[in-house]
Design a protein around this ligand. Structure first.
Ligand code: GN1
Ligand code: MG
Length: 373
């Protein structure tokens, strides 16, 4: 991570009505896209510390940050208007003096949220009970937003989860091979070529009008749910940048990429990458149990396909970025994107072996009585 832009951070904070002055800044390195800082503000008379998370939006990825923040404002309003809105909420942003939920300063877009205290998020878990609660949190996000009209949201990254288009872009990168890496990845490219038809099925059901667009989160990694450190209950859904119209199967599936993998997303030893069926089952229980009444039968039937589709999509995105010379995802070492891609395509292979079981598990929770974590 580059150096902390202290002067910019101090200047950005002048746009907010804060209870004190800046005391410390610490970078948070988790996400691959935005720059994130944990900051502390000290109240001068009492010495009380208030903590926040300040983020600079990556404009290379989010071309229209105002639209991203508009979507977030729309869903926040909608969630607030619901009964029990405290029961696993969504991340709140502080309004600037302008009344906007972001600041545009010196060509950059920034936003500020109160730091969610006593919380924890997981990159890997060993406990199915936690996985079930993560499923519940994302499923509840889905059901709470089920009646927000789609017309109120922008498609902030067009074709974000258009898997056939991701494949087409990938094969264009293979063809172009700008940094001469395609030959080394030939085996992976060949495997992905064989999966193209399967990976396009959901998108064609959508194109035929058989699957509805929903308000989807589009980045349902397990670590995007903050859980209460003491009770283990889900507190808050975070990383709302990609909230836009999409397919519910992709939200279900993107979560399975993390909860259903026995290894981390960039595991270099692919023999450690297995489909964790107990975690898959636990996530499906939490997710399907809370949102099944707002889904159509075909949506429920295609949740498992969503897991496979998005895992393949993520493999082509990571491998495509490796072939393009690492221009999109932040990498921490030269082969990072390739390792990420190999991990995803190994997970996809494990899913293909157990696909019928995956479908049966979802079906079980679609019809069971009293499905709870
Ligand atoms: C990116 O930066 P992060 O972790 O929030 C990406 C997701 C990928 C994810 C893979 C806008 O999310 O689509 O699934 O990396 N976000 C964007 O870890 O491209
Ligand atoms: Mg994200």
């Amino acid at each position: 991570m580059s150096e902390i832009p202290m002067a910019a951070i101090a200047a950005v904070l002048t746009h907010y009505e804060l209870p004190g002055s800046l005391k410390s800044v610490e970078p948070i390195v988790q996400g691959h896209i935005n720059h994130t800082y944990r900051i502390a503000v000290e109240q001068p008379t009492t010495g009380t510390i208030f903590e926040y998370v300040l983020q600079r939006i990556n404009q290379h990825v989010f071309k229209q940050p105002e639209q991203v923040m508009h979507n977030i404002r729309q869903i926040s309003r909608h969630v607030k208007g619901q009964e029990n809105s405290d029961d696993c909420s969504i991340l709140r942003f502080v309004d600037a003096r302008s009344g906007c939920n972001y600041v545009h300063h010196d060509g950059e877009y920034w936003r500020l949220s109160p730091f969610v205290g006593n919380s924890v998020s997981y990159d890997v878990v060993t406990d199915s009970a936690i996985v079930c609660r993560v499923g519940y949190a994302f499923g509840r996000f889905q059901s709470v937003l089920a009646d927000l009209p789609m017309s109120q949201l922008y498609a902030t990254i067009p074709d974000f989860h258009n898997t056939p288009k991701r494949f087409r872009d990938f094969f264009a990168a293979v063809e172009e091979d700008p940094v001469g890496r395609a030959a080394g990845a030939a085996e992976d490219i060949a495997f992905l070529a064989g999966q193209q038809e399967l990976a396009s099925r959901l998108e064609s059901l959508k194109a035929q009008g058989m699957l509805p667009l929903r308000v989807t989160h589009n980045d349902t990694k397990m670590n995007n749910i903050l859980m209460d450190k003491d009770t283990g209950e889900p507190l808050c859904v975070v990383d709302l940048d990609t909230v836009m119209p999409g397919l519910v199967a992709m939200d279900f599936g993107d979560a399975i990429r993390t909860v259903g993998n026995t290894a981390v997303e960039d595991e270099q030893d692919v023999s450690k990458v297995q489909l964790h069926l107990d975690h898959y089952d636990a996530f499906a229980r939490g997710f399907v149990g809370v949102c099944r009444s707002s889904l159509t039968p075909l949506e429920i039937d295609t949740l498992a396909l969503g897991a496979l589709t998005i895992t393949l999509e993520q493999a082509v995105r990571f491998l495509g970025d490796y072939l393009a010379g690492d221009v999109y995802y932040r990498i921490h070492y030269p082969l990072h994107n390739w390792h990420r891609a190999r991990c995803q395509l190994t997970l996809a292979k494990r899913m293909l072996e157990r696909f019928e079981t995956m479908e049966a598990i979802v079906r079980k929770y679609a019809f069971a009585e009293n499905v709870q974590c």
